[in-house]
Design a protein around this ligand. Structure first.
Ligand SMILES: Cc1cc2nc3c(=O)[nH]c(=O)nc-3n(C[C@H](O)[C@H](O)[C@H](O)COP(=O)(O)OP(=O)(O)OC[C@H]3O[C@@H](n4cnc5c(N)ncnc54)[C@H](O)[C@@H]3O)c2cc1C
Length: 464
């Protein structure tokens, strides 16, 4: 692990956005839209006559729901198009504590409050990694059908119009002030379950339609590498559920995934067991079987009540903005590597994008342009680039072989590592380190990796 990464991991380094992965994409996009535009945008864009700015959000997951709420509160005429109102997004449903506070989530939509996490190595060495949590701290476990519906309902209470419809395509505006025309199949009560072709004219479009985003395709946003994640919801006997009451498990090893981890996350009356991979997608069912096998003694006698799979983006799309169209959440590619976390980042990016629109339009009174929307990207990249980069490198260093994974789990036993990683996860802030503990950790990490490499070399010699 190089020193830059170690320092970032420890929260010591604040990176410069100019050198970031995000910023590189941003530079490409900026070629055709000079920065100057941004500076004068809010002041010169025309005042709207007799109506407020109209924004359509495609997709009603955490990204779409939170964007809709912020827009509606900010005086924007807001439309949210969601194809399936009871959508059970395949997802582990783990959310950080800060999301509960920042998004004012009621506790009754959180199934479980996890205070104990077991990290389990390829040789089944289990390390408890919740020891440094304070009494009020926890990881929230939600079912997505509950969280997503809650956020959408709240947006509606604040004035957003929620449309049950499948977005199909959009016509681009003829000039900088004319509308985008969205085409969708409407499924609301009036059509009796059969889609009815409809159109909607708006000034701005937010693509919050997930990993297979049609909005991204419409603006030619480019592709990203993705993982495929597989999950089974398993109802286990009550006496077994007691074990998982406030405990989650993460399994690492070649058997459960060559480049990710397997998990057992507790939900209201069942556990979610899953795994993912980028490099060996065709073997995903084999990895799922292995994950189940590793947890066998704890989930024995369970009944599979739902099987689900979905892509997880690996990095941002080459382009996240074009004209008056912006991408947020998975549509933009905001899932962290290593942890596969995307719910908080989806909700947060939806909110940030909406805030930029509210600000740029002076609460819906003026037209906006690409420069106004770009404020969201700039803020996003500046705030989150270090987090993405560190987790990217951690994945490369520690998930590459079983000996490296053993070293990783060994490192997780260190209380200081636990505190730093939990604080970073729970609060999404850059945590200042303790120089002496950092030095000890650096020495231990290097020791673990040297041992891991030595073991790997020996195994290679033996052809194991
Ligand atoms: C198996 C698995 C486990 C995961 N576990 C976790 C975890 O534990 N914690 C975590 O933080 N992240 C996890 N993630 C990642 C997380 O699920 C995503 O990052 C998150 O859902 C992104 O939210 P979003 O709102 O951007 O998109 P989505 O949640 O995908 O929402 C998109 C919405 O758009 C709708 N939609 C799509 N196309 C259209 C269309 N054409 N017209 C109308 N509506 C449309 C969909 O119905 C959906 O409701 C996991 C992912 C997977 C696959």
């Amino acid at each position: 692990m190089n020193s830059m990464v170690l320092k970032s991991f420890l929260g010591l380094r604040k990176s410069s956005p100019e050198t970031s992965h995000f910023a590189v994409h941003q530079k490409h996009a900026a070629i055709s839209f000079p920065q100057k535009l941004k500076v004068i945008a809010g002041k010169t864009s025309p005042k709207l006559q007799g109506r407020n700015l109209r924004v359509a959000i495609v997709g009603g997951g955490p990204a779409g729901g939170s964007a809709a709420e912020t827009l509606a509160k900010g005086g924007i005429e807001t439309f949210l198009i969601e194809r399936k109102m009871d959508n059970c997004k395949p997802c582990g449903g783990a959310i950080p504590l800060c999301m509960v506070g920042e998004f004012d989530l009621p506790l009754d939509i959180i199934d479980r409050r996890v205070t104990k996490m077991k990290m389990i190595s390829p040789s089944n060495v289990a390390v408890d990694i919740g020891r440094t949590l304070k009494s009020h701290e926890y990881i929230g476990m939600v079912r997505r059908e509950v969280l997503d519906a809650y956020l959408r309902d709240r947006a509606k209470e604040n004035g957003a119009t929620i449309i049950n419809g499948l977005f199909l395509k959009m016509d681009m505006p003829k000039d900088k002030n004319s509308p985008y025309v969205l085409h969708y199949s409407g499924y609301d009560g009036k059509t009796g379950g059969v889609g009815e072709k409809r159109t909607l004219e708006v000034d701005v479009v937010i693509g919050a339609d997930g990993a297979n985003s049609r909005v991204a395709k419409a603006i030619d946003a480019g592709d990203y590498e993705y993982a495929i994640a597989f999950q089974e919801r398993i109802k286990i006997p009550d006496d077994k559920m007691v074990y998982y009451e406030n405990l989650a498990e993460m399994y690492v090893g070649d058997d459960v995934s060559p480049d990710f981890y397997g998990w057992v996350f507790p939900k209201c009356d069942h556990v979610a067991v899953g795994t993912g991979t980028v490099t060996h997608k065709a073997d995903i069912k084999k990895f799922q079987l292995a994950t189940r096998k590793r947890a066998e003694d704890k989930i024995n006698g369970g009944k599979i009540i739902r099987v689900e799979a979905h892509p997880i983006p690996e990095h941002p799309r080459p382009r996240r903005l074009s004209g008056r169209v912006a991408l947020v959440g998975d549509a933009a590619g905001y899932v962290t590597k290593c942890s596969g976390e995307g719910i908080y980042f989806a909700a947060k990016s939806g909110r940030m994008c909406a805030e930029a629109i509210v600000e740029g339009s002076e609460n819906g009174k003026r037209m906006v342009n690409e420069g106004d929307l770009r404020m969201y990207l700039e803020k996003w990249d500046k705030t989150y680039w270090p987090t993405y980069k560190v987790l990217d490198v951690l994945q490369k260093v520690f998930y590459r072989s079983n000996p490296a994974r053993e070293a990783f789990v060994e490192m997780c036993a260190d209380e200081y590592v636990q505190k730093m990683t939990f604080d970073s996860y729970l609060y999404k802030t850059v945590v200042p380190g303790n120089p002496l503990e950092d030095l000890k950790l650096a020495i231990n990490t290097i020791g673990s990796l040297v041992r891991a490499n030595a073991i790997r070399r020996e195994m290679d010699k033996l052809n194991v």
